[in-house]
Design a protein around this ligand. Sequence first.
Ligand code: KG4
Ligand code: ZN
Length: 388
Amino acid sequence: MRILSIETSCDETAAALLEFTQKNGDIAVNIVAEKLHSQTDIHAEYGGVFPTLAKREHQKILPLLVKNMLKETGTLQSDTAKSITKDIETICEREPDMLSMIRDNFEKTRIEDIDAIAVTRGPGLAPALWVGVNFARAIATLWQIPVIPVNHMEGHIFSALFNTSGTCSKPQYPVLSLLVSGGHTELVLSPKEGEYKKIGNTLDDAAGEAFDKVARLLGLPYPGGPEIGKIAHTAREQNLAAPVTLPRPMLKDSSLNFSYAGLKTAVRVYLEKNPRLSEDETMALAMEFEDAVVETLLEKTRRSIEIHNPKTIVVGGGVSANKHLREKMTEMINMYPETTLHLSELKHATDNAVMIALAAYIHRNEKTDALSLSADSGLSFPMMQHTN
Ligand code: KG4
Ligand code: ZN
């Protein structure tokens, strides 16, 4: 089966083409092609993602990204019978720029050997999501192929579970996922494939959001997560002492929830009182902040393991690219020999379209009618009542 996937939930415009083959219950995944255009430069001056700008960029970039990928893979053929219908015009009513690009680039074309179009339905920024969703609806209508809507967070889970270079066996369930991104920090339990219950959540800021906001306070560019990771690593290598002890929020709280707004405030208050930090002090403060985030993520994961005995642990989302988190999580899971840890490979930890095709494959029998599909910015796994 071949899936064309599209991701536009935030500030990455991404498309991929994946091929799946099944052999005795194992699945072989082949990334035929993948494309990613990051908008971070555009959003950097705002210190975060600016939704209307993201929408404009996605509209401009996505049709060309997909066209180039399909041309390079020999999948796009001409077909004079395929024209832009009234339905397609209606789908793109709110994205007129995209409609004219679809007209210019895809009218009178068809695609070969693609069984479905997968697209991120949510969660994410509504204006950004709608571009991907409406683009998928439009080309699916033009080419008459089905659409598979995907939950972005489920994409992050499968990005860690699937080994994209070769054959992979199905994971052992229950699977516990720690999902840490710019918009989410949650613990999700899957008793079986495709079934999810949220068992922990952030009460305010997401971990990635805290990384980005603290980076800004430290004068580092957006996105701040990788920048903090770099200087914190140097501070650790140089054995620098933290200039202040920051709080470890919710560590003593018995729930599986997180909170990062207070931690960010603690950094801000410290910087207001100590405005002229040396380079070493800045690096050591970044290290202390990273320690506080990683310790809380680790402790709530450890507690979830004790309560729910998962056989597989997944760490996914942009923050899972953090070196310190990866090392500490690996160390901790080594204490549970019955449990296997899956970390997203670095390239596919942050947003991409490969993860969307991977999750779509699991839902390959849940194809949706393109005309009735909608984006859902608040799409979420159901929350399970905490019983500890
Ligand atoms: O999953 P993702 O690419 O986008 C969302 O779905 O939000 O996550 C982006 C987040 C940003 O907040 C970014 O600063 C953070 O992931 N991030 C990192 C690292 N790489 C990306 N945070 C800490 N360390 C990193 N190496
Ligand atoms: Zn993400």
